[in-house]
Design a protein around this ligand. Structure first.
Ligand code: PHE
Length: 344
């Protein structure tokens, strides 16, 4: 009996030692100390023992029982400590590791150019005016001296939504809307940046959607020389102090006279190179003196008021300034392109 108990003890100790988790320990406990376990069985069979043996075996059985309980408890504590240790190790923060750098975006090159141009004109006393991209035929064409059958409408192939509504082909309708708001009283001194749409086939220099910035200054005694002065300041600020400008006669239905502005080539200084196509000059924008019909239709007395207007494409300005060879780069969102325009 005694040997049997000692053997049980060894067996249980070995199992406890090898147990790897709480559940394993619990199993050992149930197996050896439970109601149906071998030790309980020994205690139950004590009646069959002799009087001398009974207390000895009883004491031994209890002792073994307590020893097993103790070892289980110790093992449990040990397992718990190991668990905590493992957790601590897995959650350790290495404070000497380098930090993760946050990737910041940057302004789109077109946004930067538009803001630069806006700032320049705000500095010259202009304010910014905006208007709808879905526009009435009236504001986009008619009020700009382009009646329905006017052949110059072909200059701007349009996206019509209905007979009377279209996607604006230029930002000039904002000029009409703003002049109307002024109810015949000057000065009106605005620039109108915004998206415009034309039925062009997309290629390196054309896009069905692009940006425009138009300017308008209406007041008493505004002259072509004022336009020339403002455009000269613009050319020098955008393309360098050494720039000259020249005005060439042109045609727009809403201006009379109309002129095209060129700047002396910023690349070759006017000697001729590939950027200026060997002419020494680069075409930048269209402009002119606001046509009396346009002033009258917008509610201004054309015998008292006069004005100038100009319109430019910021894409073209950015392409020239940064040497970009394809307008589609602005709209295809290739980060390799965009990342080159981080502002200082
Ligand atoms: N609206 C004209 C265009 O889109 C540009 C322009 C504006 C010309 C103002 C003259 C005066 O082509």
């Amino acid at each position: 009996m005694k040997e049997k108990l000692l053997a049980l003890k060894e067996e249980a100790f070995a199992l406890i030692e090898n147990a790897s988790d709480k559940k394993g320990l619990q199993d050992v406990k149930v197996k050896y100390l439970g109601k149906k376990g071998p030790i309980t069985e020994v205690l139950r069979g004590m009646g069959k023992l002799s009087k001398d043996e009974r207390p000895v075996i009883g004491a031994l059985a209890n002792e073994i029982r307590q020893a097993i309980e103790l070892v289980i408890e110790q093992k449990q504590t040990k397992l718990q400590e190991e668990l905590i240790q493992a957790q601590l190790e897995s959650e350790t923060i290495d404070v000497t590791l380098p930090g993760k750098s946050i990737k910041t975006g940057n302004a789109h090159p077109l946004t930067s150019i538009i803001e630069e141009i806006e700032d320049l004109f705000i500095g010259l006393g202009f304010s910014i005016a905006e208007g709808p991209e879905v526009e009435q035929d009236y504001y986009n064409f008619e009020a700009l001296n382009l009646p329905k059958d006017h052949p110059a409408r072909d200059m701007q192939d349009s996206f019509y939504i209905t007979n009377e509504i279209l996607l604006r082909t230029h930002t000039s309708p904002v000029q009409v809307r703003t002049m109307k708001k002024h109810q015949g009283k000057g000065p009106v001194k605005i620039i109108c940046p915004g998206k415009v749409y034309r039925r062009d086939t997309d290629d390196a220099t054309h896009s069905h959607q692009f940006m425009q910035i138009e300017g308008l200054y209406v007041d008493k005694k505004v002259r072509l020389s004022d336009l020339k002065g403002i455009l000269t300041v613009f050319a020098k600020k955008m393309f360098g102090e050494d720039r000259d400008i020249r005005l060439r006669p042109s045609f727009f239905p809403f201006t009379e006279p109309s002129v095209e502005m060129d700047i002396s080539c910023f690349k070759c200084g006017g000697h001729g190179c590939s950027v200026c196509k060997h002419t020494g000059w680069i075409e930048i924008l269209g402009s002119g003196m606001v046509h009396p019909n346009v002033l009258e239709m917008a509610g201004f007395d054309s015998t008292v008021y006069s004005g100038f207007a100009f319109g430019m494409g910021p894409e073209r300005i950015a392409m020239l300034k940064y040497g970009i060879d394809d307008i589609r780069h602005f709209y295809t969102d290739d980060v390799r392109f965009l990342e080159q325009f981080k502002r200082a």
